[in-house]
Design a binder for this molecule. Sequence first.
Ligand code: GCW
Length: 702
Amino acid sequence: MNLLRSYRIKLLLWMIVLFFTETLRAEDGYQLWLRYNEISQPELLSHYREHITQIVIQESSPTFQAVQEELRKGLSGLLGEEIPVASSVSQDGAVVVGTLEQSSIVRKLAGASELESVGADGFIIRSLRWDNRTVTVIAANQPKGALYGAFHFLRLIQTQQSLDKLSIQQKPRIQKRLLNHWDNLNGSVERGYAGRSIWKWNELPERIDARYKDYARANASIGINGAVLNNVNSQAAILTKEYIEKAAVIANVLRPYGIQIYFSIKFTSPMEIGGLPTADPLNPSVRQWWKEKAKEIYQQIPDFGGYLVKAYSEGQPGPQNYGRSHADGANMLAEALEPYGGTVSWRSFVYDISIDPDRAKCAYLEFVPLDGDFASNVFIQNKNGPIDFQPREPFNPLFGAMPKTALMIEFQITQEYTGQAKHLVYLAPLWKEVLDSDTYAYGPGTLVADIVDGTADKHAISGIAGVSGIGSDRNWSGHHFSQANWYAFGRLAWDTSLSSEQIAEEWTRMTWSNDPKVVNLIKKMMMGSWEACVDYMTPMGLHHIMAAGHHYGPQPDYVNRRRIDWGSTYYHRADANGIGFDRSETGSNAVSQYHQPLCRIWNSPKTCPEKYLLWFHHLPWDYPLESGSTLWERLKFHYQKGVDYVILMQKEWDSLQGKIDPERFEHVQNRLNMQKENALLWRDVCLKYFGRFAEKEEKREP
Ligand code: GCW
């Protein structure tokens, strides 16, 4: 009897433990937006069960194995019943996936001409009647297109859309959609706030971490097709035999998911690991070394993507060390990669203050004269703004100024300057503001997005990069809401015309819940969160006044005597007379780097939009604004507005208690609290500091 009782108790305890580990596992954020939980509304469920009864695949390449695995997992999870895989259509509700070349059914269901227009990565999804059966076909030219189509189909169900009469045709506008990892080979991550690097170099090539595949799935689901594995502040070791072998193993895991790998290289590698006395790009032995290195890499990684280079910037060596130009350096690497189809992304993030005392002008002054000198497989990779991933910057004037060069745009997904993984800040509206900016390069209507996707200047290659915030934290991104930025980056890279709101809605439905109350509230919180961050950190065009080094929190009084342009006072220039950086034609004249009419509009404080006012102008504290307030009053208003928004988000989030699983609910609640504390600090420190000048000025008024 006693024995039986203790057995029962043990069993009960065991079941309780199992129950909790399962719930915890399920809700720790690891699955990202690929959650595939069973749909709870009976009507919807029967709609989907009617439309999906079997998965029909006739191909068996590694990519199609991935397609099959994902559809089976996803559909079975969402529909709450096992969906069988077959090689022919045998009933109503067949979901056929395949390529024109390999699938005889696809050949019958989708015409070649119809598929022609979607290219290598695109797909079509169509509802049809075939052989007296209702069928959904997901067709593509290449396996990776089918994979993107499969993920899109899953997304339709995850976001609870009808599967009746589907007629979808999609293809990405930008070819290379890349994550840039700033991961060091020792496992640390520069500007990473989600733990350590996910690349376990010390375990490779022997052990393959299970996360590599889940990383690939997540990226493929949003169309990302490349990953630069290591930090732009690079180490030569990445090009050693040892690391190439390790990287080849990662490449093997990512390949079926359509993802190529790339390396950030160090310019002095031929000296550091090649034993050469120089790294001069015009030296024949150096050029030969790079050619042999390319050959060695491609032998092991046949689809290797290419190199990313930070040269002659923040301590990284470059061609200038040998009296050569950016073009000399980039073209040498491009020549070595060219036979294999690789590309070079050469960053324009350079700011040699000897070129111009205004940091915002430097890259343009160095790069524009080189337009036309770069090889056709070279990208110049520009950050979105002219300074450095600030909460808000006007777009980088290099977009629109180098028509003969393919320009890649670089956004920062990791929130270095936007509250790191402690603040809920949805960055899609920032990226949209930049992508939708009119450069006026060819009169009105040449958006940054048109330059990036290559259409404006008719380039054969196009690319977009996001500095990844991914790390070893169980939820990948540190903050559950930072996952949204990874998601949004991929979606925008696929289609720059999607709205931030649509992306927020999709992500919320897939990540949190389809309950309309939850969807609407979370979407609302997200949509205003970036503007709020700008408000409580750097409103009205202020920039780079954050704490030295780690960049979390305010430090407007920071002066760096060694590099004045690393100190805050260099940027805000507050004094008794006013505040702001005069970049008008009477100041540094950075406005002249923009096409008309932007140059004219931004040149005058009367016409310059308030959001860029202190970026382009130094104005008196009592400068009268259109809103009727003085500059100082308005600044105070913005700081308060930002804080108020965070407090509102807290209230809104609290109202979702019970509708969100407790683990993620509490996690976000805690982080919102940290965000509020930090927003208050920003407001108080900045207003106190600026007030020292502003209030004096006010008192001097008669
Ligand atoms: O934003 C700054 C960061 C550096 C970074 C640099 C860059 C990788 O503070 O940490 O270095 O930009 O983009 O190269």
